[in-house]
Design a protein around this ligand. Structure first.
Ligand code: F1X
Length: 389
């Protein structure tokens, strides 16, 4: 009998560690930013201050009337009352975002219902020169022939994951650091054979960030549809704001609008995708699970059934990767395929590394990374393309 690999879950109680920095520095900074950027009324400011005060105290319960209260009660019961930093990192972050939406009355009926507290940050990114440059570069990308075009679109979707606003709050210089093109692991050669068995199949993309990353994801989706490598695509978005820049339907609409405004190939792609949404070839979906504090081992039955028929599921970003393999102290040489054998469909993970989890790294590469690039797991310069047929 073979046993599944095991590892200790990541917690945040080691001062100076990456998760400790997120909980004790990034989260307070984020509350300050949200409070500054939107003119919230006194009661909301007080609720945000109160959330800020709890961060170095015990984890508070969700208000009894809050939406999804029972679900969160079940997910949170083991951790309420403990220090934030002693709870599993994955759970603590997710719960923090849920409490932030509570504090800003996101789910309440009234004037602040559905107002995205991160919208000012997301909107500002849509106006950056970097995004304009990405949109301008699409004119060349669309002309690239088959394999070259697919590879360029995959690479853009991979590195687009660096544009993560939560990460930039605690590390503003991250964008200036050079990306390391030599991938930590690269299974990209497995992608064409996975897609090309006939007839073309269903592809699902589990999205991560809005803005620049979503532009790149949409270009990849367009490429798959235009070249007939996917018959239909399902784009999974977050049902509500999460991890600062995670993409919601509202963000998709903003990005499409920005692409139209850019003209050229960006406009053409946005026009095709809008038509694809209208005719059902591109389905946009949201599911509460994507904003839960659970790993993909706990995918609910409806999502499992849906993903099971996919030719390929593309999983974007750092957080989705942590949820896929488990947010634990794996030995980096642990095989990606072993950790993801439970997943119901062939999968492709595109991730820039922005947290401690690392798997699927061969031992020589690991030794080189440890000696020459000590920050490789968390500084956003390194990336992996992992596939499991
Ligand atoms: O999922 P993404 O957008 O690629 O990254 C999310 C992130 O910024 O948040 C977590 C830490 O807060 C890490 O997983 C990562 O740094």
């Amino acid at each position: 009998m073979t046993s599944s690999p095991q590892a200790e879950p990541i917690v945040s109680n080691e001062p100076g560690s990456f998760p400790w920095g997120v909980l004790t520095k990034r989260h307070p900074q984020l509350i300050e930013t949200v409070r500054r950027q939107l003119p919230y009324p006194p009661a909301t400011q007080e609720a945000l201050d109160s959330l800020l005060r709890t961060l170095d105290r015990a984890v508070p319960p969700l208000e009894p009337g809050a939406c999804d209260h029972q679900k969160w009660q079940d997910w949170s019961a083991p951790y309420l009352g403990m220090r934030w930093v002693d709870a599993p990192f994955l759970w603590a972050e997710s719960y923090f975002y849920r409490l932030l939406l509570c504090a800003t009355d996101y789910f309440e009926s009234g004037p602040w219902s559905g107002v995205d507290p991160f919208a000012p940050q997301k909107n500002a990114e849509l106006e950056t020169p970097e995004l304009s440059r990405d949109l301008g570069a699409l004119d060349r990308l669309v002309e690239a022939p088959g394999e070259v075009g697919l590879s360029a679109a995959l690479s853009a979707a991979l590195w687009g994951n660096r544009a993560d606003l939560g990460f930039r709050i605690s590390d503003p210089s991250a964008q200036e650091r050079q990306q390391v093109e030599d991938l930590v692991a690269d299974d990209s050669s497995l992608v064409p054979p996975l897609l090309d068995s006939r007839p073309a199949g269903q592809v699902h993309l589990i999205a991560d960030n809005a803005g620049r990353e979503l532009v790149a994801d949409l270009v990849l989706i367009d490429r798959l549809l235009v070249t007939g490598r996917a018959a239909e695509v399902t784009l999974h978005l977050k049902p509500y704001p999460y991890y600062v820049s995670d993409a919601t339907t509202q963000d998709l609409l903003m990005v499409l609008r920005r692409m139209h405004a850019a003209g050229g190939a960006a406009d053409d792609i946005a026009t095709r995708l809008a038509a694809n949404i209208r005719d059902g070839q591109l389905r946009v979906q949201t599911h509460g699970f994507w904003c839960s504090p659970l790993t993909f081992h706990d995918l609910p039955g409806d999502l499992t059934a849906e993903l099971a028929s996919a030719r390929l599921v593309i999983i974007k970003g750092d957080l989705n990767y942590r949820r896929l393999v488990g947010d634990a102290h794996w030995a980096p040489t642990t095989a990606f395929t072993d950790l993801t054998s439970y997943f119901p469909a062939p999968l492709l993970a595109l991730r820039t590394l922005k947290s401690d989890v690392a798997v699927g790294v061969n031992s020589e590469r690991l030794a080189r990374l440890e000696s020459s690039a000590p920050g490789w797991r968390t500084d956003g310069t390194h990336a992996v393309i992992h596939a499991r047929p």
